[in-house]
Design a protein around this ligand. Structure first.
Ligand SMILES: [Zn+2]
Ligand SMILES: [Zn+2]
Length: 287
């Protein structure tokens, strides 16, 4: 059975993660380790972290990923903000190690509306290397593509690839393809040809072996809109036919799928049922 799940809330504590994931029939998951809109981080209790890792493993729920806070800006011209972002991401890598996570997914940030993208590339490479030095572990850093707009660096593959190539000491460096972000950024994932072309570009720029997972989201807004709004599978502008093609593509079929769709537990359960149907696993229970 394909590894698939949701971004699971940690509201109320780490012990809530497993039952929430199980109610959604997850076989993989993603989580924050602290509030995504705050720099302040409560220390993560090592025993609690180990207990979570153990309970997820016992429930055959893997891989589990950490998503870093949204505030990070690893390419900012503002040195204070960039430094803070590096320290936070390094801390996130250590927390991910404590809970046995498969990697930390993060947004790259923006050079600002007046900034030059070209100046952001070496800053990103430096930020990645500084993060790895501080963290002193080998938990994968997973760069996520963005919907773009406002000087955002993550909406084109080439600058990301250039930064990755310039940050050899920060390895392992992996990539998370968010389908909604890619589509909103203008990557034509809605057609068969567009998907093939995107995979070719990914292969050339980064190497498909760097892909660690897909963020499987439909998009409320259209191709090239640069508006980041995740939507329910098959109900957005990307659409069910395209998403079904993506999850079943032979070059992507080994990847865990994490949905970041909005709404309630009932919405999540419906999205999961639809995904399992697309995968030809309708009605199946985890093996
Ligand atoms: Zn993200
Ligand atoms: Zn995402």
């Amino acid at each position: 059975m394909r590894r698939a799940g949701f971004h699971i809330s940690i509201a109320g504590g780490l012990s809530k993660v497993l039952p929430r994931a199980q109610r959604r029939n997850c076989t993989a998951l993603q989580m924050f380790t602290s509030s995504p809109a705050q720099w302040a981080v409560k220390p993560l209790d090592a025993a609690q972290g180990a207990a979570l890792a153990q309970s997820l493993a016992a429930a055959d729920l893997h891989p589990h990923f950490v998503h870093a806070v949204y505030l990070l800006n690893l390419v900012s011209p503002d040195r204070v903000l960039r430094g803070k972002s590096v320290r936070h991401l390094a801390q996130e890598l250590r927390r991910a190690e404590t809970i046995g996570a498969a990697g930390v997914i993060f947004h790259l940030g923006s050079v600002g509306p007046q900034g030059k993208l070209a100046a952001g590339v070496p800053r990103l490479a430096r930020s990645l290397q500084e993060t790895r030095e501080r963290a002193e572990n080998v938990v994968p850093l997973i760069l996520e593509n963005s919907a773009g707009g406002g000087g955002s660096l993550g909406n084109q593959l080439e600058p990301i690839a250039e930064a990755v190539a310039g940050a050899a000491s920060a390895e392992p460096l992996n990539f998370c393809l968010d389908t909604a972000h890619a589509f909103a950024a203008g990557w034509p994932l809605h057609t068969e040809q567009g998907l093939e072309g995107t995979l070719e570009r990914l292969e050339t720029a980064l190497g498909l072996e760097r892909l660690a997972l897909l963020h499987l989201n439909d998009s409320l807004f259209g191709l090239g809109s640069h508006r980041d709004r995740h939507w329910h599978l098959g109900r957005g502008k990307l659409g069910g036919k395209a998403l079904r093609r993506i999850v079943n593509h032979p070059r992507l079929a080994h990847l865990p799928l994490i949905m970041e769709t909005p709404g309630t537990e009932a919405d999540d359960r419906r999205n999961m049922r639809l995904l399992r149907k697309w995968l030809g696993e309708g009605g199946a229970k985890p093996a």
